[in-house]
Design a protein around this ligand. Structure first.
Ligand code: IMP
Length: 428
């Protein structure tokens, strides 16, 4: 059985959680391969809404084993809080169902303190991080000063390592950043406690998934963030600190490329972004308010992790074609198509122009990107309520045309589109 991969094709928040939830119905294992609790994946089951930051969205499917892969950075306090909240709602999060790679890295309070200190020092140039310690944790991983989840098998020795690690960060916090020190002793004691609870969940995730694939069990790799937040391929430096594109599913789970089946790219029917950085199709005024929603509903455009209002704009096909290429997408899934209902016309960006010249590819340079003017095609809108549609034929002709247009211009099929927040509101 192959490994299918789900990634975000835009700037995150595309609705990967609910699409993973949909695809998880056909999987035995769902594995997160990168990011940390900067992610916020919302899954609605019946009247219940589950907001997950670290635990794979497959957890709400009984019988699906969920894995947090080696590419993830784990804040153990957040993970335990999330596990307790799920357990309180009757979801099984025992070690048989939730497994953690012993090679994943841990986020500590001093990573979070550093994230805040660096953001505040950047002033007007701030990245707009989620302040969850993600960047400093991946920095420590790359500079070989990180703490690995596998160290939790020996809580006392982990506590010693945490104590030294926080003391090391305190040097930078107090002497370089002029920030408060983090209390190393109490953090070390907390981590010994987290380790005692989480150690039974540790596995060699690569070996576990390899065994599943060899036994013919379908495995779904759940991405976090989105292509344009990728450390290499995103709008650097306004990106997250890890790779998030499809290839990182293999590194983040410990697998080789031959296992890959389909790569699903999830994109909203429009575009959104949280944090700073250029956004060629960004809208303001009435239309932005219309696409963003008021914040009353959990699916309105406000960050799941931070609550910040998201910036919104028209669909950008230059970006989507780029996402198709750098991820090797085989399928595209459009979410929130219903939000476009009622608009008389819909704009879609089909190209960029810089100083009057056409720009074929998504540029690496932010200075060029910020000077790109979108070239729009205007498509007719539809008035009908499409939230009850379940088949392509149920959609009004103009909504069908919108999907076909995006599929033609990106060159890949669109087998699924969501038309509302509920699990069943998917058009095939
Ligand atoms: P960090 O990952 O917290 O370091 O944040 C870096 C950038 O990525 C910021 O612009 C965040 O808003 C953005 N970001 C990180 N995770 C997500 C996500 O899950 N959805 C949307 N944006 C995200």
């Amino acid at each position: 059985m192959p490994l299918n991969i789900v990634v975000g094709a835009q700037w995150g928040d595309e609705g990967k959680g609910r699409i993973t939830d949909y695809l998880a119905a056909g999987a035995d294992v769902v594995a997160r391969f990168g990011g940390g609790d900067n992610a916020g994946h919302t899954v609605r089951v019946g009247d219940e809404t589950f907001k997950l930051h670290l635990i794979p969205s497959g957890i709400v499917h009984e019988g699906v084993v969920c894995i947090i892969g080696n590419g993830v950075v784990i804040n153990p306090k957040v993970l335990l809080r999330e596990m307790d909240a799920l357990a309180a709602r009757g979801v099984d999060v025992s070690p048989a169902r939730l497994k953690i790679s012993d090679r994943a890295h841990l986020i500590t309070p001093s990573h979070i303190a550093l994230d805040k200190a660096y953001e505040s020092a950047r002033g007007d140039e701030a990245i707009g991080t989620t302040l969850r310690g993600i960047g400093p944790a991946y920095t420590d991983k790359a500079s070989r000063g990180g703490l690995r989840a596998g160290q939790m098998v020996e809580p006392e020795s982990l506590a010693d390592a945490v104590q030294a690690h926080v003391a090391w960060h305190n040097e930078t916090l107090t002497k370089v950043m002029g920030a408060e020190a983090v209390e190393a002793g109490s953090v070390a004691a907390d981590f010994a406690g987290y380790a005692r609870r989480l150690a039974p969940h540790l596995v060699d995730a690569s070996a576990y998934i390899d065994d599943c694939l060899r036994a013919g069990k379908p495995v779904l790799a759940e991405g976090a963030q989105g292509t344009l937040l990728d450390l290499d391929h995103g709008t650097y430096p306004f990106v997250t600190s890890s790779n998030v594109t499809a290839a990182s599913a293999l590194v983040g789970l410990g697998l080789g490329p031959k296992v890959v089946g389909d790569v699903f790219g999830v994109a909203k029917a429009f575009t959104s972004r949280v944090g700073s950085g250029p956004f060629p199709t960004e809208l303001s005024g009435e239309m932005a308010l219309r696409l963003r929603g008021t914040g009353e509903n959990p699916w309105d455009e406000f960050g799941t992790t931070t609550g910040r209002p998201r910036r919104v704009g028209w669909l950008d096909l230059v970006m989507l074609r780029y996402a198709v290429r750098v991820n090797g997408l085989t399928q595209l899934v459009l979410t929130k198509l219903d939000i476009l209902s009622g608009l008389p016309e819909i704009q879609v960006c089909t190209g960029y122009e810089v100083a009057g010249a056409a720009m074929e590819n998504f540029p690496a340079s932010l200075s060029i990107l910020s000077r790109c003017t979108p070239v729009y095609e205007t498509l007719p809108g539809w008035d009908d309520d499409i939230t009850g549609a379940r088949r392509f034929e149920d959609l009004p002709a103009n909504a069908q045309q919108y999907i076909s247009f995006v599929s033609d211009k990106t060159g890949i099929p669109i087998p699924l589109a969501s038309v509302g927040p509920a699990r069943s509101q998917i058009v095939k």
